[in-house]
Design a protein. Sequence first.
Length: 133
Amino acid sequence: MIKKVHHIAVVVKDLDEALQLYDNLFGAKPSKIETLPEQGVKAALLPMAEGGEIELLEPIDPQGGVAKFLESKGEGIHHVCLETDNVDQELCTLADKGVQLIDKQGRPGLAGKVGFVHPKSTKGVLFELAQKV
């Protein structure tokens, strides 16, 4: 079962510059910054006072999906992350409904165990499912 929106992810050219901007504009300081080579990004989570987070993604792999997104669409919203108690179960349920998936099972991500739903099945929106671990 989907519980809530966990975060909105934004692709940026320069993570350090974006962190300064979001701190200056919104007082948002990162709770976590990690390099995720398997996803081709350096990422930061910025918690909001009343819940939810903003995730900033800087591509580090020029051949990766986030780098290609940045090249074709520029900086901006990349995906919406929904929180669930069981990523694998949600992915299985969606697959049974005929939804096209990027991940057939969960994998490690900045938000915990994550899995992505292909935007072709969701009216052009890339959704990530996340389970706290």
